[in-house]
Ligand binder design. Sequence first.
Ligand code: ATP
Length: 308
Amino acid sequence: MYAIEVEKLTKSYGKFKAIDNLSFVVDEGIVFGFLGPNGAGKTTTILSMLGIIIPDSGDVRILGYDIFKEPLKAKERLGFLPENATIYEELTAWRNLDFFASFYRMSKQEKEKRIEELLKLVGLWDVRYRKAKTFSKGMRQRLLLAQALINDPELLILDEPTSGLDPEGARLVKDIIREQRKQGKTVFFSSHILSEVEELADKVGIIVKGKLRTVGTLEEIKKQYMELEGYEIKIETKQPLPELEIPDIIRIEKTTENKAIIFAKSDIRESISEELAKKGITIISLEIEEPSLEDVFLKTIYRREGNE
Ligand SMILES: Nc1ncnc2c1ncn2[C@@H]1O[C@H](COP(=O)(O)OP(=O)(O)OP(=O)(O)O)[C@@H](O)[C@H]1O
């Protein structure tokens, strides 16, 4: 079973299509990073996916339940952290969580145990009796995250969870995402921060102008990119690098006599090895220079915009 199945999801605001025919699945037990620039449609996707706003068309199944037909069944088992979520300023950290816990079926004992666990997890145990209005941005976000985790959800959906946090605050949020994954839970989070997605996500979806451009593991999307944009192969040889006659070579940039970057249409490492062996040249290293997610992301945006 998939944790999330989205099929042909479309939502317009007036004449403007905020998301256009999105289809993707999220396997159970993975961290899925939903990446897109500002205004790409990440929040609209999440809100439509949860039935919080009604899409124009499309189907969504969350943990196997049709979100539009059986919303409560799905919502009982998921946790959601909205972008710009609010907390009850006049309530203490403890009471904020207690209030949220009251939406779920839990005994008093269970509830107290869960609140204690969560406050410790997010590092707010020592300030549990302080009113939320005295909290910093980072503390608020951690309280909101605890709130999203109150029902021990199988699926956690986070809209820009580290937005506006300092590095320390962001690290805590990232640690919690990793911890959820370790426990076998599924996490779907949106972000426009590449390094964060690269660091956390098992699978990535890139959305640009309401359209899903790429979905896959980091390896898969990097491979797709290399197939489209070409391969960069770094080489170092013991003797000076001779001329190479391999058809797929686009160009060679020499850094020194023995070091070069070979730009090629395909992964030609084997042909390079063979040719150099024939010429009696010893290879010290021969490796593919993988693109970063940043390369892929920027090219994805640029390429499509250029073509449209
Ligand atoms: N209620 C609304 N009415 C009209 N247009 C809207 C509404 N909500 C969002 N939009 C527009 O839809 C597009 C997608 O917005 P959305 O908030 O989903 O993007 P996002 O990827 O989450 O962006 P950000 O990273 O800035 O939060 C944007 O152009 C936005 O201006």
